[in-house]
Design a protein around this ligand. Structure first.
Ligand code: FES
Length: 118
């Protein structure tokens, strides 16, 4: 099995959702597979800050540089990162943060409402 084929579970603390993510892809790419509203499609290059998350447990590695306008050195030391620029190394738990929170939770509520009509 190659690194690209291996997946680990990523859990979002606030909603209890989890998704598989390869160590070779970004957390945002894996999160997009949840297939619901509220997952941003921003610059995908660490520049816009719409995909800000905070790592609560597990390990990640960087895929590229990020804008310090969106994650300061102090925030990074406190676990904050941009989901489009990091990938999981093992099972990870995170919480959505910053500008991502409002659309993310709104999209989650919409998905929950749709499920209740089934
Ligand atoms: S999508 Fe723009 S910083 Fe992640």
């Amino acid at each position: 099995m190659t690194e690209a084929e291996r997946t680990v579970q990523v859990r979002i603390k606030q909603t209890g959702e989890s998704f598989p993510c390869s160590p070779a892809e970004s957390l945002l790419a894996g999160m997009a597979r949840l297939g619901r509203r509220g997952i941003p499609v921003g610059c995908l290059g660490g520049g816009c800050g719409v995909c800000k998350v905070r790592l609560l447990s597990g390990l990640i590695h960087k895929l590229g540089p990020i804008s310090r306008a969106h994650v300061s050195v102090e925030e990074e030391q406190d676990g904050y990162c941009l989901a489009c620029r990091v990938a999981p190394q093992c099972e990870v738990e995170l919480e959505v943060a910053g500008k991502l929170q409002k659309p993310f939770f709104k999209g989650f509520a919409c998905s929950a409402n749709q499920d209740s009509t089934k």
